[in-house]
Design a protein around this ligand. Structure first.
Ligand code: SF4
Length: 192
């Protein structure tokens, strides 16, 4: 209950936030959703069209793919926690800018401090880049090289946390043939 309360406190601040220009075009902040006691957290890049309207992460087509991936490893969405690196939708789904990520990251880091997950899954390249920089990961490379890899966060705030690089589920929306690669990568979650 304490984690839930702390997350709600942080969410209330984010919902009023004007730290970057994205507040001007958002319909809703998309803070995150799931189990505050989750051992595993999934982290996307930024809200898209449907997420912005509903205020819920991964509720559009990419969310459907994510649910299919969860089913493939017998995960329930409600046992996990799902969020994004930034909390407001960039117009026309453009990539988030560096100063927008910098402005928004304290919300995300607070979420991690509260939940203290054992495993973080980076969904897509922006999410992976944040963790690669934050934790100076030994493994180097783009998401196309590192997808499906389990890495150690090392020293720092969460010393024993594992970081898993995964493609963003939207990849399989644009190219349905890629679902088999995503499902194969998700298998590592069962192993850890
Ligand atoms: S994206 Fe983040 S920093 Fe920018 S307005 Fe939204 S909540 Fe604030």
């Amino acid at each position: 209950m304490e984690k839930q309360r702390l997350l709600e406190e942080c969410q209330a601040k984010a919902s009023q936030c004007k730290r970057c220009v994205l507040w001007e075009t958002r319909k809703n902040t998309v803070f995150g959703k799931g189990n505050p006691e989750a051992r595993i957290v999934f982290v996307g890049e930024a809200p898209g069209y449907n997420e912005d309207i509903k205020g819920v992460p991964f509720c559009g087509k990419a969310g459907d793919v994510l649910d299919e991936l969860f089913s493939s490893v017998n995960f329930k969405r409600e046992d996990t926690y799902i969020t994004n690196i930034i909390k407001c939708r960039p117009p026309n789904n453009r990539d988030p800018l560096e100063d927008e990520i910098k402005a928004c990251i304290p919300y995300f880091e607070r979420q991690l401090e509260i939940i203290k997950p054992a495993v973080i899954c980076c969904l897509g390249r922006h999410s992976l880049r944040y963790f690669a920089n934050k934790f100076s990961l030994k493994e180097k490379g783009s998401i196309s090289v590192l997808h499906g890899r389990v890495m150690e966060a090392g020293e720092g705030l969460f010393p024993s946390m594992k970081i898993v690089a995964l493609y963003h589920p939207a990849v399989a929306v644009y190219d349905p043939g890629k679902i088999s690669i995503l499902k194969k990568d998700f298998q590592v979650l069962q192993e850890i």
